[in-house]
Design a protein around this ligand. Structure first.
Ligand SMILES: C[S@@+](CC[C@H](N)C(=O)[O-])C[C@H]1O[C@@H](n2cnc3c(N)ncnc32)[C@H](O)[C@@H]1O
Length: 239
């Protein structure tokens, strides 16, 4: 599909994101998404908040009783914080992809270390725009922070085109409070400032999914100081 608004997200900006997550960003987020004590207070809070998001997704998926028959796409998989527990829960298959080679390699390494059945996992170094295929469930957690509003809406439409039944996304929601924090530089403080952080209006995200034939099944706002993430599960509408 043509991502018309993707031009809002300049190629140079995407390159910056990729090289950040292959370098200092990888080192930083690999520590945040682990149980090492080598994190500061802000990073620890981000870890706690992010874990709430991952746990909610796993509960929602468990609720639906479709794990073993289902194919999953974990788009922007990071170090496998979702893909790995999903595999342990018995997911039919998981396609884990990320723009960062370091992130994908770390996901593979962690999965191997834990003894996951690798025949069920596929790894791919790819940005979201180039993802192809058809999956029962597509999940994209905390990646839209790198997408301005229109590009994020385009991306929702693209991810809907890959999802047979279900799309789960999370993003930093636009609220006057977060907008203020962002303005004064307190939102995603520290080294992550090296990449731009976008906060998104939920209405546009929901409308993008609705025009692609999906509707909201449930939503949850997860917060910890320095972590704000709106999680939404969309289901393909029957009508
Ligand atoms: C904050 S991490 C979240 C990782 C994972 N989804 C999770 O929740 O554990 C953001 C991830 O998005 C990836 N990313 C950023 N922009 C991307 C893009 N355009 N396409 C694919 N992955 C991207 C980064 O490399 C990084 O691994």
């Amino acid at each position: 599909m043509v991502l018309e608004n993707y031009k809002d997200l300049k190629n140079s900006e995407k390159q910056e994101v990729a090289s950040y997550f292959n370098g200092t960003g990888f080192e930083r987020w690999n520590r945040i998404y682990s149980d090492t004590d080598d994190v500061n207070k802000v990073q620890k809070n981000i870890r706690i908040g992010h874990q709430k998001t991952v746990d909610d997704v796993l509960v929602w998926i468990k609720d639906s009783n479709l794990i073993e028959q289902s194919s999953f796409c974990d788009a922007g998989c990071g170090v496998g914080s979702l893909s790995i527990p999903l595999a342990l829960m018995g997911a039919g298959s998981i396609a884990a992809s990320d723009i960062s080679e370091s992130m994908v390699n770390e996901t593979r390494l962690r999965a191997e270390k834990i003894g996951i059945d690798m025949s069920k996992m596929k790894f791919n170094i790819s940005d979201l725009e180039n993802l192809q295929g058809s999956f029962h469930t597509v999940i994209c957690l905390d990646v839209f922070i790198h997408y301005p509003q229109k590009a994020a809406e385009d991306m929702v439409r693209h991810l809907c085109s890959l999802a047979e039944e279900r799309l789960i996304v999370s993003f930093a929601p636009y609220t006057p409070f977060l907008a203020l924090l962002k303005t004064i530089g307190q939102f995603f403080p520290g080294p992550s400032k090296t990449t731009r952080a976008y906060i998104l209006r939920e209405k546009g995200i929901v409308q993008a999914a609705e025009t692609s034939g999906f509707s909201v099944l449930r939503r949850k706002l997860n917060q910890a100081p320095f972590y704000y993430s709106q999680l939404i599960e969309f289901r393909r509408s029957n009508d």
